[in-house]
Design a protein around this ligand. Sequence first.
Ligand code: NDP
Length: 449
Amino acid sequence: MSFKTEYMQDLMNRVEKNHPAQPEFHQAVREVLLCMEPVAERNPQYVEAGIFERIVEPERAIIFRVSWVDDAGKVQVNRGYRVQFNSAIGPYKGGLRLHPSVNLGVIKFLGFEQIFKNSLTGLPMGGGKGGSDFDPKGKSDGEIMRFCQSFMTELAKHIGADTDVPAGDIGVGAREIGYLFGQYKRLRNEFTGVLTGKGLNYGGSLVRTQATGYGLCYFTQEMLATKNDSFKDKTVVISGSGNVAIYAAEKATQLGGKVVALSDSNGYIYDANGIDLDAVKEIKEVKRLRIKEYIANHPNAEYHEGCKGIWTIKCDIALPCATQNELDGEAAKTLVANGVMAVAEGANMPSTPEAVDTFQAAGILFAPGKASNAGGVATSGLEMSQNSMRYSWTAEEVDAKLQDIMKHIHKTCKDAATEYGEPNNYVLGANIGGFLKVADAMYAQGVAY
Ligand code: NDP
């Protein structure tokens, strides 16, 4: 797809020039700006107020050294990031990613996506993201703790319950959030809801662990319902085997689907009888081992090296839940040729632009991550509310709210897409639906931001 207006093409050119060598950030901005052309035409006030120019520029980006001592007594140095992208509708909110592939461009793409996602939830949260190129794989608990403490020692200067509230992402789960929270509390001598995804005995919310995966399936269910269909008796392929993938698999199974494949960055497992999720949880959540271990106790299952092959498995529903650009144009063509009816993104930007074009041209249901994986941050928003009230809702209450939020996001996307003449285009609907609230808030607040 190419731009129709000189105005948006010029803006895109400037983003590429001013943020060099950040391909993921360019990719995320390009997708949004392509959807903004009809919005700019109908809303000249946004152009006059420079809303589009401002929304692609982070309000603040913090880069810092994180030094820590490993188990051998050797000093290690990593780089930490926090990009505070947009605070028009609430405090910055978005996860922390620990993975060797992290760099400023990756964090900016994630922070940019977060603006629209958080807006879609209907909750008062701005967009931000952070992380480090630290690789948690193979590190001891002590090393993870010392890294997290050093990381937080600097990050604490820039965050706060009403300023910026980080959470988990790739490589950051309950263990890491615990160490980060403990260090923040020590430094500030205050017990506040400065992080979400906390343990249940110190301010966490029930259902937060499950929320992204569950929410993904609730959104997919809404999409399927528009075709009078559901998860019942559908074959489901899910990439990844982390937090999002595991709980997407759990909910897809509860809704009547059969999940036959999961993966990690080394390879994928295929179990035609349906994946034994308790075994996966034991391998990934308790023992922190590789997905390959699954075949040791499941002789009918197969393990294949390399993660891309997972998309060659015939399925009705595909849920990419690992990482960005994991599903390319070739994989999308294979999925379509194999009769896939719905693809919903659990990860952030897992489908390349070629893959998205392929799904849309084939007329299948396609949900972009900023809509379909918003259940995680939505439940983080609910955790913030519970912390402010110093009160805890039951699992049933949180789950009911999560379902309502995912239905609301689906409706917002559908309504915006319909209003702009492409009722089945969830990418257009999510971008416009997420943008308008933020744009109006920026407009109302004047040009300082
Ligand atoms: P986890 O760290 O729990 O799991 C990540 C999974 O993806 C692992 O199975 C990992 O395999 C795999 N993976 C990571 N990087 C790669 C890679 N380069 N190639 C292939 N596989 C890879 O992370 P989450 O489940 O929390 O996050 C997954 C995705 O969902 C991310 O895109 C994240 O941004 C997004 N997301 C997460 C939310 C949350 O609440 N946690 C909310 C919304 C979106 P391995 O173990 O081999 O590295």
